[in-house]
Design a protein. Sequence first.
Length: 231
Amino acid sequence: MRALRILLIIAVVLGGVFVAVDRAAVHFAESEAEGRIAFGGVESGPTRVSIKGFPFLTQAARAEFDRVDVTVDDVQAGAAGREIRIRKIQAQLHQVKVGGGYTSATAARATGTAFLSYEALTAAADDGVSVAYGGDGKVKVTGSVEIPLLGEKVTRSVLSTVTLVDGDTVKVHADEVPGEGIPGLEGLVRKKTDFDREIAGLPDGLKMEKIEVTPGGLEISMAGADIRLAG
């Protein structure tokens, strides 16, 4: 019995040592990856990496990881020829294979969310147009239009629905525009407040699938396969 207890104690100690070494290794690998990993074709700010699964060392030995979570801040994108900034992209990468001395990696599939602020959406709109949260899943679009018959500008705010078109374009369309009895006013207002913007510069291989309007901005769900990563 004494020998069995000693063996059990040794097993527990060795197990604890293995876990400690494994966790230390994963923290080191995450730190190294943050300086190397990047979505192809994307200019961005800081990157944070979290390698999931246990044990890490066996995954590292086969150069394939079950799941790697990546958060990228301040992503440079474009819309209608204008530079906009995506506040953050969070991606979950699955079956990540690394190669070339850990200088490149490919994820078999990925899902993620891009967070686009209303300031960024305003930057993508026409000059003189601002976009804000309108409540109940809508955005409030405000713009000034010139009324030819009156010879003056009027400012109007409308509640608009945001939808996704063709997997890469954000469409903002006013639910209702008051004509106020002035001929052509609705058309003038819509010309200013309704707009479509193709979002360029997202990570290669990830396509937009759904847009949700939240108080903090637009949350754009994305998914893709064979996502290539490079340092």
